[in-house]
Design a protein around this ligand. Sequence first.
Ligand SMILES: Cc1cc2nc3c(=O)[nH]c(=O)nc-3n(C[C@H](O)[C@H](O)[C@H](O)COP(=O)(O)OP(=O)(O)OC[C@H]3O[C@@H](n4cnc5c(N)ncnc54)[C@H](O)[C@@H]3O)c2cc1C
Length: 263
Amino acid sequence: MNIIVLIKQVPDTTEVKLDPKTGNLIREGIESIINPDDQHALEAAISLKEAFGGKVTAVSMGPPQAIDAISEALGMGVDKGILLSDRAFSGADTWATSFTLGKAIEKIGKYDLVLCGRQAIDGDTAQIGPQVAEYLGVPQVSYVYEIEETRKKSMVVKRRLEDGFERLQCNLPALFTVIGEINTPRYPDIGGLIAACEEKAPITIWNAADIGVQTSEIGLEGSLTHVIKTFSPKFKREGEILEGDGEEAVGSLIGKLKENRLI
Ligand SMILES: Cc1cc2nc3c(=O)[nH]c(=O)nc-3n(C[C@H](O)[C@H](O)[C@H](O)COP(=O)(O)OP(=O)(O)OC[C@H]3O[C@@H](n4cnc5c(N)ncnc54)[C@H](O)[C@@H]3O)c2cc1C
């Protein structure tokens, strides 16, 4: 079974702080990690390889330092890593990101399954998985909670719904986005990383020309949406002193709480 896992390197924080002047994410002093949901996607892929054989390829689009995320994936047991890195990819919205990842998958060639995390903790759109599946023209299942059965040409999976589960049989090749409850990711193993690095070129870097895309189709130029402004909401805290003696003040406090449907 040949599996491709899409992994994103993200800042290790869920409390994204924005520079009030530029509106950019403040990255200084924040470590980078493999997006948490993607660690679960990697674990699912490696477990399937261990059970049924085949090869796992991790693909990431990002700056040169995203190679650290791919190295970590190799340490977990991935066979090959591909980093899509080119200045022309920068500024991509989710449309351009999905197009670029889709083109890279086409270049990799034959695959049975593409696994993604449900959502990245920084961008948070959860759009990439479904958009890549649309681009590739393969069926997709989002919110995968369990892979129950693997057959020759299909898989049976359980996906999480708001108030329950749904069991689906899905033809392969397909794309699944997984949620954190699917498994517990293993830690990268130094021995595994060294073994992977000893093999010939386990990490390949592809630029725009390598995947045959024009600059007008990728990055900022190829993006159909543009961020006009990014800002944190401002909270106004207004105090009010309730007049009267204790009983009167408590009475008006209760009245205000009821009025605002707080009790
Ligand atoms: C309007 C708009 C404009 C933007 N402009 C910029 C910009 O100027 N500069 C900038 O840096 N970003 C920009 N972004 C953010 C960028 O588009 C997203 O970070 C990127 O498309 C991934 O989306 P996401 O983080 O919401 O991922 P999600 O859709 O939440 O991620 C789901 C899954 O997709 C996979 N995935 C996501 N991203 C990658 C990746 N890069 N490589 C491999 N797998 C991946 C992972 O498996 C992940 O778990 C913009 C976003 C929008 C909506």
